[in-house]
Write a protein that binds this ligand. Structure first.
Ligand code: NAD
Length: 360
């Protein structure tokens, strides 16, 4: 666990899951330093974190590919541990621009790990994904399931997991790392001030559906109704983003110090309950109070029938489990979307808040 005098560096901390995690860290009185290049986020997320927590956020606009800038952040602050969210995350896009995904998600992470090594920081929490399981042989999926990503995005996560494992395996390296395999993050902060803020067409079901509800998109396309599930649509394990954020705090606290390193451990962060796409459409329609338009189209290549977590290991070892029910998740998403129909946008000419240092 990071000592009280050192800070937790959060990469991608202005993004969806990162911003919710920064709130939980600040609420836990941790000292936090955020970096993000804002390619999929805005300064406004930092202002909202400050509004919600009543605390100032130290923020640097830094690209993970800029190793010199990364090093300077580590030299300016006493960093004790790192939670690494920064990167690109769209499965479909990763097949169109794979090199960008390998560059940012892998080269960016290697830079970060190299700087950590240089600065003797060896506690690491990594955003992995259930995508690493590919089409798993067993549901619910245990962490021991074979890793078999089916797309470039998933492979970047799988490869980075191996890199972290290799670093931890070096004799006396003293690294402690948690690989957190998220299932399907959904919902928003209960304040209605923060939520998912997709730039462009949303890639995931829930943000897309909420844009249908707000009138930005005409209808949801449901990819395939011939899966071997109860209603023929694909099953996913939707986990509330606040529960997920708390999972990071639990993982951080479990990491060993340099005298008692834990090595590299993978955890599923999911609820253990799967829902079909049609069940999610119904649940979100209930939150909105009216039916939402959808159409059934062909299956999407690479999609699998069922990704549901076995979350037992996180419960046993991290003392963490998801507690927020699906109806509350849907209500929080609608609260956020209806209060912020255009997500978070920086007003033109907006000066960054005082706490923000524009590094690049
Ligand atoms: N949301 C999901 O469904 C999901 C599921 C599994 C895993 N993950 C992983 O969790 C992490 C966070 O996801 P999210 O949903 O919050 O995404 P997000 O896009 O909201 O957050 C990622 C953040 O990283 C920043 N970023 C991107 N490239 C960067 C770079 N080169 N340098 C610095 N910052 C950079 C973006 O601006 C963004 O704020 C990602 O690593 C993602 O792959 C997400």
């Amino acid at each position: 666990m990071s000592s009280s005098s050192s800070s937790v560096l959060v990469t991608g901390g202005a993004g969806y899951i990162g911003s919710h995690t920064v709130i939980e860290l600040l609420n836990d009185n941790q000292s936090v330093v955020v970096i993000d290049n804002l390619i999929n986020a805005s300064y406004e997320a930092i202002r909202r974190i400050e509004r919600i927590t009543g605390k100032k956020v130290t923020f640097y606009k830094v690209n993970l590919l800029d190793k010199k800038a990364l090093l300077e952040v580590f030299q300016r602050h006493s960093i004790g541990s790192v939670i690494h969210f920064g990167g690109l995350k769209a499965v479909g896009e990763s097949s169109r621009i794979p090199l960008d995904y390998y560059d940012i998600n892998m080269t960016g992470t290697i830079h970060l790990l190299q700087v950590m090594q240089t600065m003797d920081v060896k506690q690491f929490v990594f955003s992995s994904s259930a995508t690493v399981y590919g089409d798993p042989p067993l549901i619910p999926i245990p962490e021991t399931s074979p890793l078999a990503s089916t797309n470039p995005y998933g492979r970047t996560k799988q490869f980075v997991e191996s890199i972290i494992q290799d670093i931890c395996n070096v004799n006396n390296s003293n690294w402690s790392a948690a690989l957190l395999r998220y299932f399907n993050p959904a919902g928003a902060h209960p304040s209605g001030l923060l939520g998912e803020n997709p730039l462009g067409v949303p890639n995931n079901l829930m943000p897309y559906l909420s844009q249908v509800a707000i009138g930005k998109r005409a209808s949801l396309s449901i990819y395939g109704k011939d899966y071997p599930t109860k209603d023929g649509t694909a099953i996913r394990d939707y986990i509330n983003v606040v529960d997920l954020a708390k999972g990071h705090l639990a993982a951080l606290k479990k990491l060993g110090d340099s005298k008692n390193p834990t090595g590299c451990v993978a955890y599923n962060l999911g609820t253990g309950h799967g829902s079909t796409v049609l069940e999610m459409v119904q649940a979100f329609s209930n939150a909105v109070g009216r039916p939402l338009a959808y159409e059934i189209v062909d299956r999407r290549p690479g999609d699998v029938a069922n990704l549901t977590a076995d979350p037992t290991k996180a419960k046993t070892e991290l003392n963490w489990e998801a507690t927020i029910q699906l109806d509350e998740t849907c209500a929080s998403l609608w609260h956020w979307q209806s209060k912020n129909p255009n997500g978070l946008e920086d007003c033109p000419g907006d000066a960054p808040p005082e706490s923000i240092i524009c590094y690049i």
